[in-house]
Design a protein. Structure first.
Length: 146
């Protein structure tokens, strides 16, 4: 007969909830960064030698939660996207260079929308995992009460 491990805070349901919670936090930060990118999609420099807003991309790292032993997601630093800036010919703009071109941010609304949908769906998947683990906890408690 196999031994039944004791119930503690490092069980599989706790690990699932810790992993899901860290994923939800990471995707929430990612959605906030996408919103910042969209808000600055048309922010240009104020002078010809200035730089426009540069798109930021979220990085993630894998870590282990010390309390539960769960593999979790750690949001890393937001890094600048290396995509070249867009240019627009507008010699009357204050940020236009000597040839009349204005540098525009390297933010694409379509790419940001796709990133936002991906963050939203990842958040929802983690939320479903969290909900399922809570449901299992509840059913376990109901069984123990009976």
């Amino acid at each position: 007969m196999t031994a039944i491990p004791p119930i503690n805070s490092a069980g599989p349901l706790s690990r699932a909830m810790a992993s899901a919670a860290s994923g939800m936090r990471a995707q929430s930060l990612r959605a906030r960064l996408v919103a910042e990118n969209l808000a600055n999609a048309n922010s240009t420099a104020t002078s010809p030698d200035g730089m426009p807003y540069q798109r930021k991309v979220m990085t993630f790292a894998q870590a282990v939660d010390q309390a539960t032993g769960a593999v979790i997601v750690k949001p890393g630093p937001a890094v600048a996207d290396k995509t070249p800036f867009r240019t627009n010919y507008d010699p009357s703009h204050p940020a236009a260079d000597a040839s009349g071109y204005v540098k525009l941010p390297n933010v694409s609304e379509m790419v940001e929308e796709a990133d936002m949908r991906e963050a939203e769906r990842s958040y929802e998947a983690n939320l479903a995992t969290m909900s399922q683990a809570r449901s299992m906890y509840s059913k376990t408690l109901d069984i123990l009460k009976a």
